[in-house]
Ligand binder design. Structure first.
Ligand code: SF4
Length: 361
């Protein structure tokens, strides 16, 4: 166990040997503001990650819901769309994907000749689990000819049954790009679907009633209580959040300030954070994004609407497991060729339409 480190007991022997090499034990007692590791532990671990990555010709990608240490050690940090683009363009022969399983699958779909590793195969996604390829085939049979728009939070098998993939940062652009008379099946997130329908005014769009347990857990009550405690703050809400609809209703009833409330992908949040001059910003999404926001603008106090909104799947990826992935070449992502070939078309459309960003999911 890493003493006080909080990331489990993987690689205990490695840590034990490296800790005795530390030249400044007093520094180990100091903690950085957001790390579970001490500064010395981080430095030793990060050096080993970078050494192994260079030795293995690997690039480390981290989703911005990862723990702060992994975000900071990674070569690239961002949302699914940004990381997909990096995966498609990298010269590295190995990609270590610090995120959840569907994201690593997407990297493999785009880079079939590269080795794609995920540090923990159990890192899934409750939203992706809400629809299977069989369920989608059944839904399509009920709406023949409809265009299937799938959020990137889906399995490779579901992507293979879809026409185009989206992320929260390009969802509205992609729906607008589909001819107006064309029926749309939008899956699997009901809150993102409702948001896209609202901003595009699209009426012939059917929405799958899936949800992410983390975002659905950010409730209208969380919003009301946090806003009441910080009445002057700006407000940023992710479109996947269970509170989104009520936030918009509260704005229209004058219960929230329209000029200070925005529904943004986390990529949009990072951009807005850069420009913000507010003293406080309230944030409704998975709390991992707070690390990026705070790095982007240290003058703003970013406050979570729900401090418990943490994705247990994202947090299955620990610093020790990142090391193991690099050292032992585990766990390799495999996507059957026929599924990968079909899924690639919809993922490539996602990459070619909409805005690039460093945030969002
Ligand atoms: S936060 Fe929700 S949507 Fe994102 S990976 Fe976790 S379970 Fe899936």
């Amino acid at each position: 166990m890493v003493e006080g480190g909080g990331y489990g007991d993987m690689d205990a022997h490695w840590w034990a040997s490296r800790r005795t090499e530390m030249t400044n034990p007093s520094a180990s007692a100091e903690r950085t503001a957001e790390y579970a590791m001490t500064a010395s532990e981080y430095a030793v671990w990060a050096e080993e990650v970078h050494r192994l990555a260079a030795e293995k010709d690997a690039v480390v990608l981290a989703h911005n819901y990862q723990v702060p240490e992994i975000q900071d050690v990674a070569h690239h940090v961002g949302d699914s769309l940004y990381l997909s683009r990096v995966a498609a363009e990298t010269d590295a022969s190995t990609i270590v994907f610090c995120g959840v399983h569907f994201m690593a699958e997407t990297a493999k779909i785009l880079s079939p000749t590269k080795k794609v590793l995920i540090p923990d195969l159990a890192a899934g996604c409750s939203l992706a689990d809400t629809i299977t390829a069989d369920q989608l085939r059944e839904w399509k049979a009920q709406h023949p000819g409809a265009t299937v728009v799938a959020y990137v939070n889906t399995t490779a098998a579901v992507k293979a049954e879809s026409d185009v993939c989206i992320t929260s940062s390009n969802a509205a652009d992609i729906v607008r790009s589909i001819p107006e008379d064309q029926e749309i099946l939008f899956l699997p997130d009901q809150f993102l679907g409702a948001h896209v329908q609202r901003v595009t005014g699209r009426s012939n769009m059917h929405i799958w009633m899936g949800e992410c347990h983390v975002h659905a857990g950010i409730s209208p009550t969380d919003v009301r209580l946090t806003v009441a405690a910080h009445p002057e703050a700006e407000i940023m809400v992710h479109p996947e959040c269970g509170c989104t609809t009520s936030v918009l209703e509260m704005v229209s009833h004058g219960d929230l300030p329209a000029d200070r409330t925005r529904v943004l992908s986390t990529g949009g949040m990072v951009k807005a954070a850069e420009a913000s001059t507010a003293a406080e910003v309230l944030v409704a999404t998975e709390i991992g994004i707070l690390h990026q926001l705070r790095k982007t603008n240290a003058n703003v106090n970013f406050i979570p609407m729900n401090a418990k909104a943490s994705c247990l799947y994202m947090k299955m990826i620990t610093p020790e497991k990142v090391l193991r992935a690099l050292r032992d070449d585990v766990f390799e992502i495999v996507v059957p060729t026929d599924i990968a070939n079909k899924a690639r078309r919809s993922v490539e459309r996602m990459i070619s339409i909409g805005n690039s960003s460093r945030g969002g999911e």
